[in-house]
Design a binder for this molecule. Sequence first.
Ligand code: ATP
Ligand code: MG
Length: 461
Amino acid sequence: MISYSVHIVDDEESIREGLLHALKSRYRTRAFPAAEPALEAMREDSPDLVLLDLGLPGMRGIDALREIKILSPEILVIVITAYEDVKSVVSAMKAGAYDYVVKPLHMDTLEVSVRNALDTIRLKKEVRYLQERYLRDNLPCFIGESDSIQDVMELVGTLAKSPDTPVLILGETGTGKELIASAIHYRSPNFKGPLVNVNCAAIPKELIESELFGYEKGAFSGASASGKKGLVEQAAGGTLFLDEVGDLGLEAQAKFLRFLEEGEFYRVGGTRKHRVGTRVVSATNKDLKALIGKGLFREDLYYRLAVARVEVPSLNDRPDDIIPMARYFLLEFSRKFCKEFSGISREAEASLKAHRYNGNVRELRNIIERGALICKGTELTLRDMGIENAGEAIGPGEASDRPSFPPIPPEGIDIVAVQEAMEKHFIEEALKRAGGNESKAAKLLNLNHHTFRYRRKKLEA
Ligand SMILES: Nc1ncnc2c1ncn2[C@@H]1O[C@H](COP(=O)(O)OP(=O)(O)OP(=O)(O)O)[C@@H](O)[C@H]1O
Ligand SMILES: [Mg+2]
């Protein structure tokens, strides 16, 4: 059973004693004669519920209530007030009190109010627990067997534990930057707060400031009458993910820099400073250094965002991940399309390994999705996936490790002529398969475009 903690703050000793007596058998209780020592104790050991007298000597009860709400909005407060003091009850309720009880205290009314408050806390805790479990259970899996991606994941694990460190994730399109941002969030202590995604490229320049920082009522025509919280405020206690940060306009960059430097911001049309604690993770597939060179990205902001940098290697540079990922995606799509697959054919796997992925993991995932959808059998074949055949003799893998050639005839062979004939044959074959496209043909032969052209010309001469 959950054991709740209740703090009692009242300057009248008889009331403190009466409340302690009524509650201490069921709850962990502490009593204080004034707001100051109570707040002091709360900083160390935060209670679930506070019974707070409004008519305290020293710091007023209403100010103590505001302090408690700043300290932790989660703590529920029931205010205790003198019978005639309706005005303070109204201000206390506005300041976030959960309920009020009137002196002289009737213990049964008070106990009902305490029980209701603690029921509310229990429900909130249960909902949060279920949400967290759901999120953790449904997190997309991060697949990676290559050494380079293992290093990235190790770094991500370390950074996640340090919730104040801004992290910049760099990598080509489709390498998994967004997935890494969510891994940083869900593995960090900020997990309990929300992960708020901001796609800087998708928000029009004239709206970005109000989207990020919110606005006060009447800030501009069309603004909602009550004002609006921005994404930064929504991310309080959690993670703010600035995706495509290279697309943030210069004006918004300046505002965001100030927020990072001072931890404070103004809503659009507002004069009150707001403070928010949130981890900032950003990502881009653009070359930020080049943007800085062109004056399109602020260097000072770059250094603020990139306190820690995670560089995600492109899929072509970590071929060991291709097959494990392909198999994982096949499993994912078999569930989605309610199909059963025994696996991917050898020929198809060899071709997946040889394929060049300009769209990185996203492209691989799309290839498998398309294959899983089209496939009529239980094994995913090359035809289902619509990519080029790596070819047994010219592709990497076992086939090319064991080439088979005819034996040397008694009169011997002209090795140079054989070499030339072979090269000519493969160049023509590669061009045919690539539909005449030289750079694709060059890739099939593992040559760079320049070398391919040179050899082709030489053989044609
Ligand atoms: N290591 C991985 N394991 C499993 N799935 C992955 C992995 N990396 C990426 N993916 C998947 O690949 C797709 C693209 O990843 P993501 O959206 O994170 O890329 P990105 O780097 O943010 O790309 P862009 O720069 O275009 O926004 C997603 O469906 C993602 O779930
Ligand atoms: Mg992305």
